[in-house]
Design a protein around this ligand. Sequence first.
Ligand SMILES: Cc1cc2nc3c(=O)[nH]c(=O)nc-3n(C[C@H](O)[C@H](O)[C@H](O)COP(=O)(O)OP(=O)(O)OC[C@H]3O[C@@H](n4cnc5c(N)ncnc54)[C@H](O)[C@@H]3O)c2cc1C
Length: 385
Amino acid sequence: MTPLNLPRPAWMTEDLVLLEEQVGRFCQAEFAPNVERWNHEGMYEREVWKKAGEAGLLCPSMPEEYGGGGGSFAHDTIINTQFSYAGFDSFGAPLHSGIVAPYILHYGTEEQKKRWLPKLATGELIGAIAMTEPGTGSDLQGVRTTAVKKGNGYVLNGSKTFITNGQHANLIVVVAKTNPKERAKGVSLMVVETDDAQGFRRGRKLKKLGMDSADTSELFFEDVVLPAESLLGTEEGQGFVQLMNELPQERLLVATHAMAMMERALQLTIDYVKERQAFGKKIIDFQNTQFVLAECKSEMTAAKVFVDHCMGQHIEGKLDTTTASMAKYLLTDLQAKVIDRCLQLFGGYGFMDEYPISRMYRDARVMRIYAGTNEIMKLLIARSL
Ligand SMILES: Cc1cc2nc3c(=O)[nH]c(=O)nc-3n(C[C@H](O)[C@H](O)[C@H](O)COP(=O)(O)OP(=O)(O)OC[C@H]3O[C@@H](n4cnc5c(N)ncnc54)[C@H](O)[C@@H]3O)c2cc1C
């Protein structure tokens, strides 16, 4: 799919090349033909998760002993990129496998890992992370959801919003205050199995500008009684540190997603301008078209080299917050520019729903907002100056 002519990065081993081919075939056969229907219906079916689990596309980087694929974040990235090449940008699996599962692997007790990870790998459990609330997003320390100790366990109260996988998820990592008097030090991560949770309620699947088939939702917790083992790990007040440690991967995940979308956008545009004609010429034969696409390709090549560098660093456990923030900010900003320029070359068809470039334009917008806004990324980068 990629229109870039870069050699494979050093982290791309032979097994990853094979994985890329296999997953590419699977996604083109199973997902690509359904994406437009799912977007139109506003949600993909629960069955999709099961299919993804059976095909080994969930939790590829979790250890085999917990039901995962035994790979690394490189495996996640290869799979996520193929989802995107198939146009399935709304799928919540990258968050499920690359964000939710790692919290459990890195901070869970042995019992918690054995209880939840194998079911996340099959798709029996669908994961979500609930940080954002109606009153607070960027300022995570200001969350008002509380998990108050009662007897042997906790009682959870609060509202969350904009939660990816909100309608399907049945294993939700909830950011809550176990000590509401404190800011960062009062934050803990509570893992809620929602299937039998009294007092848990899903709100609306929110209508939004893009990511049409993603079940982004409100969630409500009203006196939800949780056992003591719902606290992720064994110590209260560690939630903020746990979040900060995991955010570089979340940011790199968004950067690699942005890269995949740009590659698809550029390829679709090259194909289109080689077919479409105006004034007796193909659109590609206008020098303006060539210059615009040359600019896109050049800037994307530089971005890809950088994101591949970040991937290499991350696989070696060396990716720092500043560099991950730069990747998220740079790639999602560039994504908006590239997709906008590509859409222009489609003329009126670029504005029509049946052309994927139109949906990509809408879907791309949120990527400068979620996983920490690009303004927050700049704040983090500025701290290193
Ligand atoms: C489709 C979608 C999916 C999402 N999925 C999830 C999810 O799964 N889980 C989850 O917990 N959240 C999720 N979110 C929420 C998302 O992470 C937040 O929207 C985001 O962090 C911003 O928070 P906010 O919306 O409260 O904006 P605010 O924090 O209110 O920010 C408003 C504006 O002020 C700017 N701003 C804020 N603070 C500063 C500052 N210090 N300096 C400069 N500018 C600042 C922001 O950059 C932004 O432009 C999702 C959001 C969307 C739209």
